[in-house]
Design a protein around this ligand. Structure first.
Ligand code: AR6
Length: 169
């Protein structure tokens, strides 16, 4: 049900993929740039109408040219050393994505590793937060049937696999 995969999130055939966006929602580098390139210009047009998204929150749009029907744009925190509320903001990001998935009757979803690229959040700590929130939502009766965590690098994939194993214990 929760599966770690390695690759490009834009290729995922799921109801929704999650974007690691910035508060403008107008695109950027990393996974955000890849999603906008693959979805085509209509995505940016819809994002411009949404009018931004605060850190720790999430907004849903159509997926346009992507295989996924929806994109859920989540804005993670910039890492500032760990004492600036980063853990709670990242957890809030995942909770808001999971709430939107429930509201929009989404059965399958793919997450990138939010905040751990350009925003500098340490991968192990971010992964623990991501998996805790995902398993909490499942415990609380989320309708999600398939949840993928898509890792871009070998190193991130290994971290996710190792930390996922501790959740079954
Ligand atoms: N598929 C899956 N994961 C990817 C892909 C992809 N195609 N491309 C990169 N990643 P980042 P952030 C991984 O920097 O840290 C943007 O400019 C990447 O290796 O994309 O939340 C936004 O506009 C890393 O593990 O997002 C914001 O300004 C993870 O995705 C800012 O970056 C997240 O890295 C957000 O920074």
């Amino acid at each position: 049900m929760v599966e770690i995969v390695q690759g490009d999130i834009t290729a995922m055939k799921v109801d929704a993929i999650v974007n690691a966006a910035n508060p403008s929602l107008l695109g950027g580098g990393g996974v955000d740039g890849a999603i906008h390139r693959a979805a085509g210009p209509r995505l940016k047009a819809e994002c411009a109408m949404v009018g931004g998204c605060p850190t720790g929150s999430a907004k849903l749009t159509e997926g346009y040219d992507l295989p996924a029907r929806f994109v859920i744009h989540a804005v993670g925190p910039v890492w500032r050393g760990g004492d600036a509320g980063e853990d709670e903001l990242l957890a809030s990001c995942y909770r808001n994505v999971l709430r939107l998935a429930q509201e929009h009757r989404i059965d399958s979803i793919a997450f990138p590793s939010i905040s751990t690229g350009a925003y500098g959040f340490p991968i192990e700590r971010a992964c623990g937060i991501a998996l805790s929130e995902i398993f909490r939502a499942l415990d609380e009766g989320s309708r999600l049937k398939q949840i993928y965590c898509v890792c871009f690098s070998d190193a991130d994939f290994e971290v996710y696999e190792r930390i996922l194993a501790t959740f079954g214990e």
